[in-house]
Design a protein around this ligand. Structure first.
Ligand SMILES: [Zn+2]
Length: 343
C-alpha cells in the first residue's frame, strides 16, 4: 500500500541537505531571496531590515509565506560581521543591497573579536530575528543561519587585493589570517544555532574567477574541514562563480551540501560529486530569474531537479528587482515527479 504523508517544510529541507528521503523536491535558499515586492508586501524595508531584528524577521518570513519555500533566512546581506567589527558601511537602500567596506586589519595579529560582538547592531539584529522566526515558524519551517567564512572575511577585513597577492608572496601570513578569522565564523555560527537556526550556510567566496582549485585545496580546504567539525550542525557551503574544478575537493570539506552557481551545469555537478555531498541551487539569477518568464524559471528548476540537485533555488543572493512571480515559479518544481534515485 502506498504511504501518503506530508513532510513539514523543515523536515523536507533538512532531508534534502542531508541526502535523505523527501516527499517532494525541497525548495529554498541559503542566500538572500528578498526582493522589492516582498518588502512592499511585508512592510519591512532595507536598509532598516539589516539592523533591526523585528523588521528583518518580518521580511525574511516572506520566503515561506509569499514564495512558498521550505526555509527562511534572516541574514540577507554579506556584511554583518565586517560592519560589527568596525568596517565603514553603506547599507544601501530598498533597491540596492550595497557592500561598501573599507578594510581595517593589515596584519593577522590585529584580528580581535570584541567582547560585545554579539551585542553590536548588525549581529544582534540577526540573532534577534532568528529567535523571533524560531518562535513563529520553527516547528514547521527550516530556519537558516549564515556566516561568512574566513576567506570572505579576509576580503572584507583585510582587503581583497592585498589578500590575493599575499597568497603568492606570503602564504604563511595568509594562513595566519585564516586561522584568526575562522574564530569569527565559528563564534557567530554557534550563536545563530543557539538562537534557533536549524542549519548554517558558510559563504566563502573562493570562486574560480579569483583563485585556482589548487589554492582552494592548499589554503582553504583544511579550514573548511575544521569549521564543519567545530560547528557540528548541518552545514551548507556557498561559493558562487565557476567551481567545477574544485568540486572534488569540496566533497572532502565536511559540508553536508554545496550551494552552487548556474555557471556549473547541474548534470556536470551531480556527476562530479557522485552523491558524496548534496547539491543546492542552481537557477540562474541575472538572465532567468531577473529577466526570464515563470515558465523559463520552472524549466531550469526542473532541469536541476532531474539532474539530481537535491534542493532547488536561486544560485546566489537574488537581485532586489527580481519578480516575485519568477521566484514562486521555482516552488512549482515541488509538484513535479522526483527523479528515480536521489543523488
Ligand atoms: Zn554567491
Amino acid at each position: 500500500m502506498e504511504t501518503v504523508y506530508r513532510m513539514t517544510p523543515k523536515r523536507r529541507f533538512l532531508a534534502g541537505i542531508l541526502g535523505g528521503r523527501v516527499d517532494q523536491a525541497p525548495v529554498g535558499s541559503v542566500t538572500s531571496v528578498v526582493n522589492v515586492e516582498q518588502m512592499e508586501a511585508t512592510g519591512a524595508f532595507f536598509p532598516d531590515a539589516h539592523l533591526a531584528g523585528r523588521a528583518m524577521a518580518q521580511l525574511a518570513a516572506g520566503a515561506h509565506t509569499i514564495l512558498g519555500y521550505d526555509a527562511i533566512l534572516p541574514y540577507a546581506s554579506v556584511s554583518a560581521e565586517a560592519a560589527a567589527l568596525g568596517c565603514a558601511m553603506d547599507w544601501g537602500d530598498r533597491e540596492n543591497m550595497r557592500v561598501s567596506l573599507a578594510p581595517i586589519w593589515s596584519d593577522p595579529e590585529q584580528v580581535e573579536i570584541p567582547a560585545d560582538f554579539s551585542e553590536r547592531a548588525p549581529i544582534r539584529a540577526i540573532l534577534d530575528a532568528t529567535r523571533i522566526l524560531r518562535a513563529q515558524y520553527g516547528d514547521r519551517v527550516a530556519i537558516v543561519g549564515k556566516v561568512m567564512g574566513p576567506w570572505t572575511l579576509a576580503y572584507h577585513l583585510h582587503g581583497i587585493q592585498d589578500f590575493l597577492s599575499e597568497t603568492l608572496t606570503d602564504p604563511e601570513r595568509v594562513r595566519r589570517f585564516l586561522d584568526a578569522l575562522q574564530e569569527i565564523t565559528v563564534l557567530f555560527g554557534r550563536a545563530q544555532i543557539e538562537a534557533g537556526a536549524d542549519l548554517l550556510c558558510v559563504a566563502d567566496h573562493a570562486t574560480g574567477d579569483l583563485i585556482s582549485a589548487a589554492m582552494y585545496r592548499e589554503f582553504l580546504l583544511p579550514h573548511h574541514q575544521q569549521i564543519t567539525q567545530r560547528l557540528g550542525c548541518p552545514t551548507v557551503l556557498h561559493i558562487c562563480g565557476n567551481t567545477l574544478d574544485r568540486l572534488d575537493d569540496i566533497c572532502h570539506s565536511g559540508f553536508d551540501c554545496f550551494h552552487f552557481d548556474s555557471r556549473v551545469d547541474a548534470k556536470d555537478a551531480t556527476e562530479r560529486v557522485a552523491g558524496r555531498i548534496s547539491l543546492m541551487g542552481n537557477v540562474n539569477n541575472p538572465e532567468v530569474l531577473l529577466h526570464g518568464t515563470p515558465d523559463e524559471v520552472l524549466a531550469q528548476a526542473r532541469y536541476a531537479q532531474q539532474a539530481g540537485v537535491r534542493v532547488i533555488g536561486p544560485e546566489c543572493a537574488i537581485p532586489l528587482a527580481t519578480p516575485t512571480a519568477n521566484l514562486r515559479a521555482i516552488a512549482r518544481v515541488a509538484a513535479e515527479p522526483l527523479p528515480a534515485a536521489g543523488g
